[in-house]
Design a binder for this molecule. Structure first.
Ligand SMILES: Nc1ncnc2c1ncn2[C@@H]1O[C@H](COP(=O)(O)OP(=O)(O)OP(=O)(O)O)[C@@H](O)[C@H]1O
Length: 839
């Protein structure tokens, strides 16, 4: 084969036979294998080489032409990273015999293989493929084995042709593997018909990539397929970028036009785009409303579905009541039991929660939501004559379900209410991978308990809310608890806000702060943020909070010192959480993690086990964050754990590196392919901290994060602190954040909630069964690129990794005597005597 004629000269190749596979991952076809080197244009001179890459159709004992590059891996030495490959036709007698007698063809040993090859020589494979009947001349070859031989080789050729064609189209072997996993042997037909389908089906697959393929195949620039592809791309992107659940048609057309004409000279008429949208509406690919709102069907039907179920659930015949019971008297008894005097709003909340089919309890920190919830649960149990002792019940028979969107929030719920709580995913049996509603509809999964309480409802996005409500039986009483001023959900929608503003659900907002002021100035600060007020004493050290005024380039050093001091004071790594709004920049999450790892978990003697993974080092003892929901492993997006062991490839059965992480409830082993599911977590994003609380929270505030300086982000960050809040950076940044109030999201849920049940039935039509629902799991990195449906795109709200800007603002600051820290009270965690010169 003349490689040089068909490829750029820099392409390395190796021709050789696959000798052994060390590792194979069925989900992404990733393989590590040993290959003989029969021919190569590289400097490699050994007789065998280790190859890595995505190889769905590779067979041991077969010879291939591999293209890729030679790399010198720090740990594994020289390897060949394969980009594409194709089977080399075997022509030698020995090769053919070895191939036919390989494990792929059970029933054929060397003798039989030799007989076949003796009979047909170089033509052997062609005869098996095209004239299998001729094989009957071979003595000892049964009809069954002849058939098997023919079928297997035919299938292999089919697969190979798909891969060869995909490679010709320009797909890397990794993408080709993904595409093959989706469409199998239909891949070429599907892509040739509509390459833009990949935008819908493969996460992260953009319009431009699809366009290159389509234009190569010969699609005209104004083809309706191309226009529809661009519409889907813009709609998906806009939805996930903004959190809105629809886009107005006009801006959608404008943006689509821009995308279609980018780098092309042909003008694409807006009317052609409008016509395409109208056609897409006809075929159900998008939903276009009379008002000109264009929505992804999954989101549209999820919103209609939520509204429909809310309306159904709240029909008068289902309203709970306790005839003959004096609830005021019962609440008095509760007060006596708990030694507490409920406020008026709190009493109303308890009564309303008990007598409403669906109820929302909302309020800021310290207003008594947990206190009230405890009262509700106690009284509910008393009035319904049920025991709250879980041990008295068979597994799964406890009549109250408590759940929250994250593992940490669920854990906190358990601690506060003293009853078992789980994540919503776990409650619904969702894996976070292929959670589609079709599955659950088919299985008709329904919750069975009588009372359902969901905490941190502000974090629940449209799909999850829909998924949750489809599993709620009509007899169930539901209480949603949440703080409407926190960040909106990561996925599209603003379910809690819409439920509240529609006023279709009985709601009680608690606004009186009960946590005493001298106990918590953090709570006071949170309420002031809500009101847009910067307290006069922001810079004055309080018993539980302080603000270090420093330059952006001093933040990493300062935070490291504070964290170290806290550890010296007896806090552990998990007690201290640094929360930053963005990854990049001097005071970004990446820089902070790197430094905090060096300070809190150093490898001073070089004896600690560690592994490099892209730009991160994972080391035994590191605090890490789970980025994906993995219900089958019992870990969820946002769970924090610690690396307790690292095993190097040579020590493991699968011959790949492994990291073992201990979470609160479980220990999980990650193979190298899964390393993207975790990240260092000394510092995490504010978004990821939702639903969690920590004894000490450190929040860097710098003007470089200007895109992230928003009121609800700051509010969410500081309300994570239970004992001490340490802010550092630029007080101006605090002011900017407070003044920057996010506009609410564009959603249709409120409108739907206000529609009559008949209208909702009509809107839902037949379509709302089978809506694919996905759980956005917030992962941001490579290995999370597995999704199938458009909604599987992860949207990391506001975590756009904006480039840090020059720190010109820092000129406002001068290190002065007032910045010398002299205080010894608790929030300073022993920082007495530290001066700016220490940074
Ligand atoms: N009626 C009351 N009388 C006295 N103390 C109260 C009352 N209600 C709540 N508290 C106290 O106020 C503090 C805050 O209450 P709680 O934890 O229930 O609020 P929360 O809204 O759940 O707060 P957060 O969201 O910050 O966890 C607790 O210490 C609680 O005991």
């Amino acid at each position: 084969m003349n490689i040089d004629q068909t490829n750029a000269p820099q392409v390395d190749y190796v021709i050789g036979e696959v000798k052994a596979t060390f590792f194979y991952n069925e989900t992404n076809f990733y393989r590590v294998m040993s290959v003989s080197v029969d021919e190569t244009n590289t400097m490699y001179s050994e007789s065998e080489i280790v190859m890595t890459g995505n190889f769905p159709t590779i067979q041991d004992g077969t010879t291939y032409l591999f293209k890729g590059k030679l790399v010198d891996h720090a740990k594994y030495g020289v390897q060949f990273q394969v980009v594409s490959y194709e089977a080399k036709r075997i022509s030698s007698k020995e090769g053919l015999i070895r191939y036919l007698s390989s494990e792929q063809f059970p029933g054929i040993g060397e003798t039989l293989a030799s007989r076949i090859v003796d009979a047909f020589g170089e033509e052997t494979i062609e005869v098996i493929l095209n004239e299998p009947d001729r094989l009957s001349v071979v003595k000892g070859l049964s009809k069954k084995t002849r058939l098997l031989l023919h079928e297997r080789i035919k299938a292999q050729r089919g697969n190979e042709q798909v891969f060869v064609r995909l490679a010709e189209m320009g797909f890397s072997s990794r993408l080709a593997a993904q595409i093959y996993g989706l469409y199998h042997n239909e891949a070429i037909t599907i892509i040739e018909e509509n390459p833009y389908i990949l935008i819908d089906d493969i996460r992260g697959f953009g319009f431009q990539k699809a366009d290159i393929i389509a234009l190569n195949i010969g699609f005209p620039l104004d083809s309706p397929v191309r226009i529809a592809g661009a519409v889907m791309f813009v709609l998906n992107h806009a939805t996930f970028e903004s959190g809105n659940t629809y886009v107005m048609e006009k801006p959608l057309i404008e943006k689509t036009q821009e995308v279609l004409m980018q780098g092309q000279s042909q003008f694409i008429d807006a009317e052609a785009i409008a016509d395409t949208i109208s056609d897409m509406n006809e075929t159900g690919r998008v939903i276009l409303s009379e008002e000109g709102r264009v929505a992804l069907p999954t989101l549209y039907y999820a919103e209609v579905g939520i509204a429909k179920m809310m309306s159904k659930m709240q029909q008068p015949q289902y309203q709970p009541s306790y005839p003959g019971v004096d609830l005021d008297e019962e609440i008095q008894k509760l007060e006596a039991d708990f030694g507490i005097q409920y406020g008026n709003a709190q009493k109303k909340a308890i009564k309303e929660a008990l007598t409403s089919k669906m109820f929302i309890l909302t309020g800021g920190p310290g207003t008594g939501k947990t206190t009230v919830l405890n009262g509700i649960v106690q009284l509910y149990a008393r009035l319904n004559h049920i025991s709250l002792n879980v041990e008295e019940y068979d597994p799964g028979a406890f009549p109250i379900s408590l759940a929250a969107p994250t593992g940490r929030a669920a854990k906190r719920m358990t601690e506060m209410i003293h009853l078992p709580a789980s994540t919503i995913h776990r409650l619904l049996g969702l894996t976070g991978e292929d959670d589609d509603r079709e599955d659950s509809d088919e299985s008709g999964f329904m919750l069975e308990t009588d009372l359902l309480i969901i905490d941190e409802m502000s974090m629940v996005d449209t799909w999850l809310a829909f998924k949750l409500l489809t599993s709620v039986p009509s007899f169930m009483q539901v209480i949603f608890v949440g703080d409407k001023d926190q960040l909106a959900s990561v996925g599209p929608g603003q379910v809690l806000a819409d439920l509240l503003s529609s006023q279709t659900v009985k709601t009680r907002e608690l606004d009186e702060i009960y946590r005493q002021k001298n106990q918590s100035t953090i709570v006071q600060l949170a309420h002031e943020i809500k009101q847009g007020v910067v307290p006069k004493d922001l810079m004055v050290n309080q018993s539980d909070r302080s603000f270090f005024k420093v330059y952006a380039d001093q933040i990493v050093d300062l935070v490291a010192i504070i964290a170290k001091k806290a550890i010296d004071k007896g806090y552990n790594k998990r007690d201290i959480q640094v929360l930053a709004p963005q990854y990049k920049g001097q005071a970004g999450i990446n820089a902070l993690n790197e430094r905090l790892q060096a300070v809190l978990n150093p490898n001073t003697d070089g004896k600690r086990r560690e592994l490099a993974y892209f730009e991160q080092i994972f080391r035994v003892g590191d605090k890490v964050l789970q980025l994906k929901n993995q219900a089958e492993k019992n870990v969820f997006n946002g769970d924090l754990g610690e690396i307790v062991a690292i095993f190097f490839a040579k020590e493991t059965t699968n011959k790949v590196d492994e990291i073992v992480v201990k979470f609160d409830e479980t220990e999980v082993t990650y193979e190298r392919n899964d390393f993207a599911e975790i990240t260092l977590a000394y510092c995490t994003s504010i978004h990821k901290s939702q639903g969690s609380e920590f004894p000490i929270v450190i929040v860097p505030l710098v003007r470089q994060h200007h895109r992230m300086l928003k009121r609800n982000l700051l509010y969410t960050a500081i309300t994570r602190a239970k004992q001490s809040l340490i802010m550092c950076g630029d007080p101006e940044a605090y002011q900017i954040a407070i003044q920057n109030v996010d506009a609410s999201r564009q959603t249709q849920l409120k409108d739907f909630l206000l529609e009559s049940s008949e209208t909702l039935e009509a809107l839902a039509g037949e379509e709302d069964t089978g809506v694919v629902v996905d759980i956005v799991d917030g992962g941001t990195r490579e290995s999370n690129e597995k999704g199938k449906t458009p909604m599987r795109y992860d949207r990391v709200v506001g975590e756009a990794e904006s480039q840090a800007e020059p720190i010109s603002e820092a000129k406002d600051f001068h290190l002065t005597a007032d910045m010398v820290i002299t205080q010894t009270i608790d929030p300073m965690i022993g920082m007495a005597g530290i001066s700016p010169y220490d940074f």
